[in-house]
Design a protein around this ligand. Structure first.
Ligand code: BGP
Length: 469
């Protein structure tokens, strides 16, 4: 960058991103039902780093008053967490009063600390009994989700201003159904797209339920609803072939445009659907679906950014499981990697995607809803005061991303804020506590005690001044 963009607008907000299943713990208390992470943990604890299963969270369920204060001390004015479907409702779909009471206390404590709670309704945490009825492939479950969303709006509608239907709706289709990484470990491209379609309907029904609740005065008039996805700006190699560009089109179509079209136009990208049909992949459509999807338009969007997508034409049209392949990974020779996570660090990607949105979806407001760097055991180096020395890698990572965000805003992007993922270390899917993201350490050996790391003072200064030092 020739000009350094180091100032963010005065009304730009800073905060934290977290989720219920990764923080709350208390997995069998207050009437919480089993979700798919508990199912997998029960089945095979060895699949999780150091055998730390879904039960752990980071003990925020009991320490939330302290944690909200900690976020406030980092200069954060908002934080997004999620309600767990498996805690809010019982197996008959009725409100679980203990679960509801827990979330009322959680949100009230956030407010007391001066942190605005943003509430997401689903973070990869399908209740096990609904998975057994077909999960996102089942219309019954799609409708059960709409009912769950409506119940949450009725219960918290006067308290919560910022709602989100889903976090990263692309991830479950890919991880559970396509790449076989997460329980139930499938390699089935058709089912992955059916799940993606089911989630799209569920999102749209929930937005509709929100609009109805707002019109009825159940949800406060200033409340807004959005969707959060991990958008991956797609790149291919220099001097690409037509087939490379085709790989970019489909990667972008399935991961990015699918959701952007849904939340801005209430439609799905026709070129993507046509290509899927040509390859024998059919979405399980029903006659009134277009009207349902048309209700999926949101008030704003969350953009989770960790890494770009680098793709090229696939060597073969089908993989070893006989499933269709539209792209394969391209290794960019200049890539800088976070080896702990296996993700490329490419701060400019946030800018490139911001400018794509400004061009193609000019009315859409958004914020960076997750960004962060997880390093294995934070390299375990400490200073004399016992603080983890993470400033040499965590500060440049965040600084570089913030500068590209500042530049995008200077050039017209409608980005309103930044939430850092895992600001207090938390449990991560099957990596559990391997990679640490926090500005604040969670000491598992000492009853989840929290301790600020070296980077904490830096982010607090940036969040207070809006100067990216
Ligand atoms: C996002 C998820 C988060 C979080 C984060 C970090 O995709 O929304 O839940 O986990 O990634 O990834 P990981 O925990 O796999 O390192």
């Amino acid at each position: 960058m020739s000009v350094v963009h180091d100032k963010l607008p005065d009304d730009f907000f800073f905060g934290a991103a977290l989720s219920g299943p990764q923080t709350e713990g208390m997995w069998q208390r207050m009437g919480k039902l089993e979700n798919l992470w508990d199912t997998w943990s029960n089945l095979d604890l060895g699949a999780f780093h150091n055998r730390v299963g879904s039960y752990a969270g980071n003990d925020m369920g009991t320490r939330f008053a302290e944690d909200w204060q900690t976020f406030a001390s980092l200069g954060f004015t908002s934080a997004r967490t999620s309600i767990q479907w498996s805690r809010l409702l019982d197996a008959d779909g009725k409100l679980n009063p203990e679960g509801a009471e827990f979330y009322h206390r959680l949100f009230a404590a956030a407010r007391e600390a001066g942190v605005e709670p943003f509430v997401n309704l689903y973070h990869f945490d399908m209740p096990a009994y609904l998975f057994r009825r077909g999960g996102w492939e089942s219309r019954e479950v799609v409708e059960a989700y709409a009912h769950y969303a409506a119940t949450a709006f009725a219960e918290f509608g006067q308290e919560i201003e910022h709602w989100f239907t889903f976090n990263e709706p692309i991830v479950e289709p890919e991880q559970r159904y396509e790449h076989g990484n997460w329980y139930p470990f499938l390699h089935d491209y058709q089912r992955a797209r059916s799940v993606q379609y089911g989630i799209s309907l569920a999102h749209s029904l929930a937005v509709n339920a929100f609009r109805e609740a707002q019109a009825a005065g159940v949800v406060r008039p200033d409340a807004r609803i959005g969707l959060i996805n991990c958008f991956t700006p797609p790149y291919t190699r220099e001097n690409p072939s037509d087939a490379d560009l085709e790989a970019v089109r489909m990667t972008d179509g399935i991961c990015n445009r699918w959701w952007l079209d849904l939340v801005t136009c209430g439609t799905l990208p026709t070129d993507v659907i046509e290509t899927l049909t040509e390859r024998g992949i059919e979405l399980p459509t029903r006659p009134w679906d277009e009207q349902i999807l048309a209700q999926g338009k949101v008030d704003w969007l969350g953009f989770n950014y960790y890494h770009p997508a680098r793709v090229q034409a696939p060597a073969s049209d089908v993989d070893e499981y006989g499933q269709p392949v539209f792209a394969q990974e391209y290794t960019w020779p200049d890539a800088v990697m976070n080896e702990s996570r296996g993700w490329e660090i490419y701060p400019q990607g946030i800018y490139d995607f911001a400018m794509t949105m400004a061009r193609d979806y000019p009315d859409l407001e958004w914020f960076v809803s997750e960004n962060g760097i997880g390093i294995e055991e934070d390299r375990a180096e400490r200073d004399e005061q016992g603080r983890i020395c993470d400033a040499t890698y965590r500060v440049p990572f965040v600084r570089d991303h913030l500068r590209w965000i500042a530049r995008a805003i200077d050039e017209g992007a409608k980005c309103r804020g930044y939430h850092y993922w895992g600001a207090i270390d938390c449990w991560s899917w099957n990596n559990a506590y391997k990679n640490r993201y926090g500005f604040v350490e969670v000491d598992l050996a000492h009853d989840y005690v929290r301790r600020p790391k070296e980077s904490a003072a830096w982010i607090a200064e940036v969040a207070r001044t809006h100067r990216i030092s």
